[in-house]
Design a protein around this ligand. Structure first.
Ligand code: DQA
Length: 148
């Protein structure tokens, strides 16, 4: 089984980007951690990050086309603006879990709305890096329960 970990704009700067909000772990260390975790379940986890909306749309399409079982997705700022990414999530039949390091609902009002959430199987926000583990576990459980 293959799972895609997909991260959106500015998340390549984790570690040095507003650490008081996003913590000090780098994206590379988060990706490595999730790859190791997934291996324990005999899952191959592939990680991709892009600052470009269209590249994220393509990555979602390709995940389905290349037989990925699901996607752990932090759309970052595009969460709040991107109908294209919402439509991309809706256009694929594999499950997507939305994850945010920070609690977007406790921040500026423009972050309270997610374009993606209604098309995801669920949203995790506010638990920092641990949220990625939660999202992966939730996705694996969902895939196993809906495997037919
Ligand atoms: C974020 C929250 C977004 O509002 C923000 O634009 C990000 C990161 C998070 O992980 O907390 O870039 O998705």
């Amino acid at each position: 089984m293959k799972i895609l970990l997909l991260n959106g704009p500015n998340l390549n700067r984790l570690g040095k980007r507003q650490p008081e909000i996003y913590g000090t772990d780098t994206l590379a260390s988060i990706e490595k951690h999730l790859i190791v975790l997934a291996e324990k379940y005999k899952i191959e986890l592939f990680a991709k990050q892009s600052n470009h909306e269209g590249a994220l749309v393509d990555a979602l399409h390709e995940a389905e086309d290349h037989d990925f079982a699901g996607v752990v997705f932090n759309p970052a700022a595009y969460t709040h603006t991107s109908i294209a990414l919402r439509d991309a999530v809706a256009s694929i039949s594999i499950p997507v879990v939305e994850i945010h390091l920070s609690n977007i609902h406790a921040r500026e009002s423009f972050r309270h709305q997610s374009m993606i959430a209604a098309e995801a199987i669920g949203q995790i926000a506010g638990f920092g890096v641990y949220g990625y583990e939660m999202a992966l576990n939730a996705l694996i459980k969902y895939v196993k329960e809906n495997d037919d």
